[in-house]
Design a protein around this ligand. Structure first.
Ligand SMILES: [Zn+2]
Length: 278
């Protein structure tokens, strides 16, 4: 139980709607999270953002952590899909935007997100992990009006690894499951250790039915990454200047990366499993 108390702030401070409150708390929480150093355990709450380029596995790590910590994993794409399926006030407007192939505006996303956080607070949720948002500095600025962010985890892999990973993706045309045939073993950059990732091989019944996505070519993957890096740099700088950015170089696949990630986040998997079971 001690872990829970140490980890979560009281839920009354979960959502700060006023700008002045957000600004005032900024100075209080100006601890820095320098590269590869553990996060200070004191007074830590889980109002986290996960950043990372396409293919890095951001959704997987965010989802695992949310299960471990008992907080929701909120992906803005899911919020839009849920609203479309519902008969909520924005569903008609959203359907029009999506049917016309237009981008959903920041205002609508923030509206959905703020409703989601409010209902979470009412249900007594102890925080959240945001995935895929904010993507721009403007979104990050508006987000500060909706809630406080304590920590921004930036997951990173070298470009060579990302490209190999994307080129190894296969989908079974029959059962629809995803696999990865890439066996990655790449020398680290600037003296960093080697990065190895085992393939996620398909079972024998899927082997003859594997297909590759048409946009998983080296040129398209590199283009996608370069667009992402151009857009994400200012968002990273925004959070870095507030001392909230935790850079995390993934040392490999999930078996290598998960324990290291828990270590830098100062989390003990065993302790959480025990407190959840108690
Ligand atoms: Zn299959």
């Amino acid at each position: 139980m001690a872990a829970m108390i140490r980890l979560f702030r009281s839920s009354s401070s979960l959502i700060s709607r006023s700008l002045s409150t957000a600004a005032a708390s900024e100075t209080v929480k100006s601890q820095s999270y320098p590269h590869s150093t553990s996060v200070e355990p004191k007074a830590k709450s889980v109002q986290w953002v996960f950043l990372g380029c396409p293919g890095v596995g951001k959704g997987t790590y965010a989802s695992r952590l949310s299960t471990l910590l008992g907080v929701p994993h909120i992906a803005t794409g899911d919020l839009v899909r849920d609203e479309l399926k519902s008969s909520g006030p924005l569903s008609k407007q959203l359907a029009e935007i999506v049917n016309q192939g237009k981008l959903v505006s920041d205002e609508i996303i923030l509206n959905l997100l703020s409703k989601r956080l409010e209902s979470g607070e009412a249900k007594g949720e102890a925080g959240f992990i945001l995935d895929g948002f904010p993507r721009t500095v403007r979104q990050a600025e508006i987000l500060t009006e909706v809630t406080d962010i304590d920590l921004v985890v930036n997951l990173k892999l070298p470009e060579r690894v990302l490209v190999e990973k994307c080129l190894g993706r296969r989908i079974c045309s029959e059962c629809g499951k995803n696999f990865n045939v890439a066996s990655i073993d790449v020398a680290g950059e600037n003296g960093a250790p080697r990065i190895s990732m085992a393939p996620l091989n398909p079972p024998s019944q899927c082997i003859s039915k594997l297909i590759t996505r048409a946009d998983d070519t080296e040129a398209i993957v590199k283009e996608r990454l370069s667009i992402y890096w151009d857009k994400s740099q200012p968002v990273e700088d925004f959070y870095r200047s507030q001392g909230k950015l935790l850079e995390f170089d993934l040392p490999g696949g999930i078996p290598e990366s998960w324990p290291k990630l828990l270590e830098v986040l100062n989390l003990d998997e065993q302790e959480h499993k025990l407190s959840a079971a108690a």
